[in-house]
Ligand binder design. Structure first.
Ligand code: WQD
Length: 337
């Protein structure tokens, strides 16, 4: 069974390739390195002892994609490749709509040409928008508050419409909550370009001395300590969720939607305190204004993935804090030497 991972050198894609390899799948990676590093491929070989087939290129290039499908008997695709910075999507919407939406359409058109009708899609809890109340269930209406979020909502709709047009397609939408942590080896992890938008890489870069202090975006939310509450999930748990979702996808037709979260909510200050306690390293912070577009609380009802996929998150906050720090402390400059 050959599985094509678009964006396979990225944070989630690289961790998923390890778990798929463990589960016995042949993994084929595609990436344009727009938000990842070629060094990831060397790290994957160090971890697994195998050199995964890799092709550098963009999913916008249909001839490039056709070439990959002609070299491998692809049974299913896991589609990670997308831009994902909320703030950048507001300042550069056309870049986001072209890369994420046109890229997905290009991929689906080549899959259709090649008769490959199984896809697992990297979606996001961001599709639950501002008006749904946690714990969030998969049947809730979707919406968005920024172009990045709208690309996820639209890509989900495109995929569901493809299934409606041809019931032989099997589409699995995986809605990630907040992925953090890293592989236990510390060899791969989250390496955002430039100043991190997300909380966890910002915390680890403060801890390692690359950044001076954490800005806590608001302490006046309706939450236990006033700071934002999110459902943080270890990236290895998320990767295993993909492996089980893929197995289920290959046994089905139609559309399936699953939350991949822990069902637990932790605040910004919960994370800061847990990180300092677990790793005995200081994370100085200052309270700032709320970040536009943020909601107070977001966490999953993860029961559907448990009931149907037999998947639940196994790693706790200690694991997430320890593994995030092992990655960052061993790689202060990410994948840059
Ligand atoms: C978490 C909490 C912030 C940074 C986003 C996307 C989502 C997914 C994950 C891609 C919030 C607070 C953050 C900082 C802070 N991305 N925070 N200081 O916003 O829940 O989700 O990233 O798939 O789609 O929407 O994650 O890590 O940015 O924020 O206080 O420097 O940390 O206010 O409460 P978010 P986040």
């Amino acid at each position: 069974m050959a599985i094509l991972l678009t964006g396979g050198a990225g944070f989630i894609g690289s961790h998923t390739s390890i778990e798929l390899n463990k589960a016995g799948y042949e993994v084929v990676l595609v990436d344009d390195f727009s938000n990842s590093s070629p060094e990831v491929l060397n790290r994957l070989e160090s971890i697994t002892g195998q050199k995964f087939p890799f092709y550098e290129g963009s999913i916008l290039d249909k001839d490039f994609l056709r070439g990959v499908f002609e070299k491998h008997q692809i049974d299913a695709v896991i589609h990670f490749a997308a831009f994902k910075a909320v703030g950048e999507s507001v300042s550069e919407p056309l870049k986001y709509y072209h890369n994420n939406i046109t890229g997905t359409i290009s991929l689906l058109e080549v899959m259709k040409e090649k008769g490959v009708k199984n896809i697992v899609f990297s979606s996001s809890a961001t599709v639950y928008g501002m008006n749904n109340v946690s714990p969030l269930t998969e049947d809730l209406p979707t919406s968005a508050t920024n172009p990045y979020g709208y690309t996820k909502v639209m890509m989900e709709q495109i995929l569901m419409d493809v299934v409606a047009s041809d019931p032989e397609w099997s589409v699995t939408l995986l809605r990630y909550f907040n992925p953090i942590g890293a592989h236990e080896s510390g060899l791969i992890g989250e390496a955002p370009n430039g100043i991190p938008n997300n909380l966890m890489p910002y915390i680890t870069q403060v801890a390692v001395g690359k950044l001076a202090e954490l800005s806590v975006f608001g302490d006046d939310y309706d939450t236990p300590d006033g700071t934002g509450v999110r459902d943080y999930i270890h990236v290895v748990d998320l990767a295993n969720g993909h492996s089980l979702a893929l197995k289920h996808n290959l046994e089905q037709v139609g559309t399936q939607i699953f939350n991949l979260g822990t069902g637990n909510g932790y605040s910004v200050l919960d994370l800061v305190k847990a990180f300092e306690a677990e790793n005995q390293v200081a994370v100085p912070y200052v309270i700032k204004e709320r970040r536009p577009g943020d909601i107070a609380t977001c966490y999953a009802d993860a029961s559907k993935a448990k009931e149907i996929l037999g998947w639940t998150a196994q790693k706790d906050l200690h694991d997430m804090m320890r593994d995030s720090w092992k990655w960052q402390s061993q790689n202060p400059n990410g994948y840059d030497a």
